[in-house]
Design a protein. Structure first.
Length: 205
């Protein structure tokens, strides 16, 4: 599953960060928002983050130009038709996610992978709302996305081994540290002093 073009659904705090790191890693990246105001706000967030990085000497001007050159914004779901992977990062509302997956599936290729950034909804349940449950998985990034190294890769009951491997390799290609996480609400803390997994309540699992 070669990934060359990345789609991101949502250009809020998480979506804009995901789009930024994907574009920065060299992927052609298309981020979709519901309206132009939301899109411009998200794209502005990316430009500001990069400009601040350049001013502080943490981002080179070449890296800034490369990222922005690989990045495009849209309000049209149809513009995601050539994406090899589409990462959803919208509000944590099951019905809205389901509706958006259906709209995306109507335009992308059958082999396109769909992933969700959710941390509170079941990936298996989300996968069942699509026509490609074997090509659906979870990619949970941490905020702020450009700075946090850990990415959880969540395999639904229906996610194929090939898709899971592709998601893991994709996360690594972004310069992140992919880690397998269980399909349940909550997330693993990036705490190298503990070998246990913890859910949001802090309970070790």
């Amino acid at each position: 599953m070669a990934i060359r073009t990345v789609g991101v659904l949502g250009c809020g705090l998480m979506g804009s960060g995901i789009a930024q790191v994907a574009a920065g890693a060299g992927y052609r990246t298309i981020v979709r928002e519901v309206n132009d105001a939301a899109l411009q706000a998200g794209m502005g967030r990316i430009r500001t983050f990069l400009a601040d990085g350049v001013a502080k000497g943490k981002v080179t001007e070449d890296a800034q130009k490369k990222t922005l050159g690989n990045l495009a914004g849209t309000t049209q779901t149809a513009d995601l038709k050539d994406c090899d992977i589409v990462i959803e990062a919208i509000v944590e509302n099951l019905d809205e996610k389901r509706a958006l997956y259906q709209a995306v599936e109507a335009v992308v290729r059958p082999e396109t992978i769909i992933a969700s950034n959710t941390s509170s909804l079941c990936i298996t349940e989300l996968a069942s709302a699509t026509k490609r449950p074997d090509r659906f998985g979870g990619l949970h990034f941490f905020n702020p996305v450009p700075l946090m190294k850990l990415v959880e890769v969540i395999r639904a009951l229906t996610t194929s081994a090939e898709t899971n491997q592709a998601l893991t390799e994709f996360a690594a290609s972004l310069g992140k540290e992919p880690i397998a996480a269980p399909d349940r609400p909550g997330f693993i803390e990036d705490n190298h002093k503990s070998s246990g997994r913890r859910c949001r309540s802090g309970r070790r699992t």
